[in-house]
Design a protein around this ligand. Structure first.
Ligand code: TYD
Length: 133
């Protein structure tokens, strides 16, 4: 079974500025079909609040910090992301919410599928039933 995990990325230190990299299948366990980013989040707002049936994601705090709360239907875990050289892998079937965004934070999300509104599970009770089947 796939489980969420923090993945450390390669870091190339340089007096000119550091560099990190993400390659599909090498650093993250899926092919990148889509990238999006979340920015200009007003204080106190949260994003997400749903699960995906098929989509896998890798979330990086490129700037600033925020929390990602993951729920597999049995337990909840909070991951604090605040560095651009690691990220959180979130497989399908996990309820997720992003909150506590710092000012000027920038969340990069790499996704394994194209955008498909039918892939979203918005009803928590349905999610609970499906995840415990
Ligand atoms: P949504 O995934 O619902 O954001 P969140 O989970 O943070 O609440 O996306 C918000 C809107 O953006 C939604 O109306 C559709 C659009 N959207 C796309 O068109 N393509 C995408 O890849 C994503 C992630 C969102």
């Amino acid at each position: 079974m796939k489980t969420p995990k923090i993945i450390e990325l390669s870091r190339y230190f340089d007096p000119r500025g550091n560099l990190s990299v993400i390659e599909e299948y090498k650093d993250i366990p899926f092919k990148i079909e889509r990238s999006y980013w979340i920015y200009d989040v007003p204080g106190g707002e949260s994003r997400g609040g749903h699960a995906y049936r098929k989509n896998n994601e890798f979330i990086v705090a490129l700037s600033g910090s925020f929390d990602v709360v993951l729920d597999d239907g049995k337990a909840k875990n909070t991951y604090h992301l605040n560095r651009s050289y690691y990220g959180l892998y979130v497989p399908e079937g996990i309820w997720r919410e992003m909150c506590n965004f710092s000012t000027n934070s920038l969340a990069l999300v790499l996704a394994s599928t194209k955008y498909d509104e039918n892939d979203y599970l918005y009803d928590y009770d349905t999610f609970k039933i499906m995840s415990n089947e």
